[in-house]
Design a binder for this molecule. Structure first.
Ligand code: NAD
Ligand code: UFG
Length: 336
């Protein structure tokens, strides 16, 4: 029996493929390569020494998805496929709602048709909106301030309604905090198409000389050094959390929601300083206006995942910096 990984050629999906293969699962990937390269899967095979079957298909193409389920012995789905750029979602809401929500609905219809009812879904800490306090537990009120976040909230609701409507569904919703870092081999990592939106890839591209200076968005937040605080989590830890969630669904069927974070927040300046300490590279930066929609502080209370899944993050900020840098240094132009 195999695990279907949607969006498996992407950043988090490719790292999760490695963990799945290392844990002995058979892996099948479906991806339309809209934000990734097939090269990532070649490298997953190289790292693990195991085969990965790949279907280049769009989740919006119901017939194509149906063919995959007809051909393959799929027992569960890990659903990463989606568009994820917050600012782009504001300028292209229809594209984001269509791709993320309709893509998920198509997948769920086909799963239902083939009686495959186990799914692990990539949600995001963005569903907590601007939290009233930190650390954030799973029962905090949910809200969204942009179409990307709305699409995650709506999909969470769809999954919960589906679970309530029909026995047998087995659903894990994983709310990621700030995934970063790369596989320690330096062979797979985050490969943004354009100028990165996120802090870590921006820093590594400054370090490698592709970008000149980091803009630090906001110096007057209500935080100790005035810059935004986030819960950065190593992508290998995140991937390991998916294996634990799958095991949980196998042992204890139901619907579950977990935060995947370290429980520790770092400010932008702490990240910049740690990156310089670990790599020996100075990162020039300047303070800029706050980025619209950003919040001051976000970090997880990860104790539910610890208690129920036996999962905790193993890697700290030093390893995130070292591994992100190894990937960038070895692959200055990503997979190109
Ligand atoms: P990514 O863009 O690297 O990976 C997503 C993959 O899905 C890409 O390979 C893309 O080509 C594919 N895809 C998109 N739409 C598709 C479609 N309609 N059909 C088939 N394939 C499609 O992004 P990522 O960082 O690996 O994120 C994976 C998931 O985790 C996403 O759902 C994202 O929203 C969620 N998430 C990411 C972060 C983050 O900071 N990276 C944080 C929270 C949640
Ligand atoms: N930042 C900068 N300069 C940059 C990029 C980011 O100062 O060039 C700052 C931001 O203002 C923020 C912190 O670095 O304080 C982290 O920003 P990221 O863009 O890396 O991450 P976000 O927390 O804004 O967003 C991430 C994901 C979203 C997801 C959100 C909540 O990118 O998809 O976490 O889970 F919705």
């Amino acid at each position: 029996m195999a695990i279907l990984v949607t969006g498996g050629a992407g950043y988090i999906g490719s790292h999760t493929c490695v963990e799945l293969l290392d844990a002995g699962y058979e892996v099948i990937v479906v991806d339309n390569l809209s934000n990734s390269k097939e090269e990532s899967l070649k490298r997953v095979r190289e790292i693990t020494g195991k085969p990965v079957k790949f279907y280049k298909a769009d989740l919006l193409d119901r017939q194509a998805v149906n063919e995959i389920f007809k051909n393959e012995p799929i027992e569960a789905v890990m659903h990463f496929a989606g568009l994820k750029a917050v600012a782009e979602s504001v300028s292209m809401p229809l594209r984001y709602y269509h791709n993320n929500i309709t893509g998920t609905l198509t997948l769920l219809y086909v799963m239902q048709l083939h009686n495959v009812k186990k799914i692990v879904f990539s949600s995001s800490a963005t569903v907590y909106g601007n939290p009233h306090t930190v650390p954030i537990t799973e029962d905090f009120p949910l809200s969204a301030v942009n179409p990307y976040g709305q699409s995650k909230l709506i999909i969470e609701r769809i999954l919960s309604d589906l679970y309530n409507s029909e026995p047998g569904w087995n659903i894990a919703i994983l709310r990621y905090f700030n995934p970063t870092g790369a596989h320690p081999s330096g062979r797979i990592g985050e490969d943004p198409n354009r100028i990165p939106n996120n802090l870590f890839p921006y820093i590594t591209q400054v370090a490698v000389g592709k970008l000149k200076v980091l803009n630090v968005y906001g110096s007057d937040y209500d935080t100790p050094d005035g810059t935004g605080i986030r819960d950065y989590i190593h992508v290998v830890d995140l991937a390991a959390g998916h294996i634990k969630a799958l095991q949980k669904l196998n042992e204890n069927p139901g619907i579950v929601v977990y935060n995947l974070g370290t429980g520790r927040g770092y400010s932008v300046l702490e990240v910049v300083n740690t990156f310089s300490k670990v790599t020996g590279i100075n990162i020039p930066f300047r303070f800029a206006e706050r980025r619209p929609g950003d919040i001051a502080t976000s970090f997880a209370d990860p104790s539910k995942a610890k208690n129920e899944l036996g999962w905790t993050a193993k890697y700290g900020l030093d390893e995130m910096c070292a591994d992100a840098w190894r990937w960038q240094q070895n692959n200055p132009d990503g997979y190109k």
